[in-house]
Design a protein. Structure first.
Length: 452
């Protein structure tokens, strides 16, 4: 019999960094050989170790190594892996029923998740939601809904934006390699405009918000025509593009422009949402109330669930039967989401994310002073990053970034890289991580930087 405390990720999992073999160890290497034989090469690997257990702030591999987790499975396990409330509620749901299809016979957990989404997302207007399986699917549905509502076709997205890997979302995504290369043709009626990227804005960060917004709006009005635009889709803090925090003032101007022109403003909060940046949603930071908001990743503690939530009159524009999917809003995933949201509320994980920033950012800034390969330190809450450059320039240093990530992995710290130029190291610890592990992870980073 398994006691509660023996659950993977339960208190029995020691919250420590521990290396007992080289990384990867022999068992991981054996499994990697099996993977290479049967798993398509298109599925890459950030750190070549196979996981046995994970929880709190650590991942334990099949060789018995324990890694500090600065990745959260790409901002998913914000409440920790196998979090108590997620496991409890999903297990109860597994016993009752696993699937009926909400379009055949509905069930309460789906409705309860939509009630929670109406509650936690910005704005006190009447809201409705549709639940889906993946972030990309949520973005696709937001575009479908915006087109149905406006009767228009064009979709405006931004430089460095990332919205998924399906056909429409590849078109919405900026970066060619690895997301789009060789996979075209892409969906039409997608237009990309400048993003206010302070570190790389040519005339300097102080002009960035105003100039970027003016250029974006000029391009939309002159090249697309504002009254052809169904939706503007933007990440309030950019994820795969490099954890870019748009210069303050940029997003409110774009949101106002959308409002003035009857364009649906869609905040893609799939990575930045659910307490990650220190608020329930990143767009709250500048008081933005999006018309539609897409969520996924952190929503359900690791189970696949995504949502589009927004103004009831916009959400209802799609006819009955026009939205949905066989698995969308699976009851087990919904139960997990209710457990995840409950955990965020009860443990005030938004405050924990702000604490992560308080601990990490000053130390990252200190490292930037000591190591001139770090060109920029940025991010909010527990969504932080360093951008690596050739010392003394702003020339991206992707090789150094890869080497630094590998050096961290070999020392027992899981970190992820990202960015249009492949030169951003991002930090996405679970929001429940202990402060000792946070600091130890930074010690490891410092040591790895010294070795570089
Ligand atoms: C991850 C991500 C997506 C895609 O989500 P999937 O679940 O991988 O399909 C879309 N938008 C943003 C901002 C993301 O970070």
């Amino acid at each position: 019999m398994t006691a509660m405390s023996d659950l993977p990720g339960g208190p029995a999992l020691p919250q420590e960094r521990r290396l007992v073999t080289a990384v990867p160890g022999p068992k991981s290497q054996e499994l990697m050989a099996r993977k290479q034989a049967v798993v398509a090469d298109g599925i890459g690997t950030v750190m070549p170790v196979f996981v046995r257990r994970a929880g709190g702030g650590v991942l334990e591999d099949v060789d018995g190594n324990s890694f500090i987790d600065f990745g959260s499975g790409i901002a998913v396990t914000s409440v920790g892996n196998s979090a108590e409330a997620v496991v409890r509620r999903a297990s109860e749901q597994l016993r009752d029923y696993t699937h009926t299809c909400v379009m055949v016979t509905p069930y309460e957990p789906y409705v309860a998740v939509c009630e929670e989404l109406a509650e936690v997302t910005p704005g006190d207007h009447e809201k409705k939601s549709v639940l889906l399986n993946s972030g990309a699917e949520a973005v696709e549905n937001a575009v479908k809904i915006a087109r149905a509502h406006t009767g228009r076709q064009a979709v405006v997205v931004f430089d460095h934006g990332y919205h998924g890997r399906t056909n429409l979302t590849m078109a919405l995504t900026a970066k060619n390699m690895p997301y789009k290369h060789g996979f075209g043709p892409f969906a039409p009626e997608v237009y990309r405009v400048p993003m206010a990227y302070p570190y790389r804005w040519l005339t300097g960060p102080e002009n960035c918000a105003e100039e970027a917004a003016a250029q974006a709006i000029d391009q939309i009005t002159k090249q697309v025509g504002a009254d052809n635009v169904a939706a503007i889709v933007v990440e309030p803090v950019l994820g795969e593009g490099g954890f870019i925090v748009p210069a303050r003032g940029f997003l409110p101007r774009i949101a106002q422009f959308a409002k003035d022109n009857g364009i649906v403003f869609v905040a893609d909060e799939i990575q930045s949402g659910f307490c990650r940046t220190g608020q329930w949603f990143a767009c709250e930071d500048e008081g933005i109330v999006p018309d539609l908001i897409t969520t996924a990743k952190g929503i359900a503690g690791g189970l696949p669930l995504a949502a589009v939530t927004g103004r009831a009159e916009i959400m209802d524009a799609a006819h009955s039967g026009g939205l949905g999917g066989t698995y969308g809003g699976n009851p087990v995933a919904c139960a997990a989401a209710l457990g995840s949201i409950e955990t965020m509320r009860e443990q005030d994980l938004a405050a924990r994310a702000r604490r992560v920033e308080e601990v990490m950012k000053p130390r990252l800034e200190k490292l930037a002073g000591e190591f001139d390969v770090i060109g920029d330190v940025r991010g909010r809450g527990a969504m932080l990053a360093i951008e690596l450059v050739q010392p003394g320039t702003k020339e991206p240093a992707p090789q150094a970034t890869t080497a630094l990530a590998k050096a961290c992995h070999q020392r027992g710290l899981l970190v992820l890289t990202t960015g249009t130029y492949g030169n951003v190291m991002r930090f996405l610890p679970p929001l429940v991580i202990g402060e000792d592990l946070l600091n130890e992870g930074l010690d490891v980073l410092e040591e790895a930087l010294g070795q570089l």
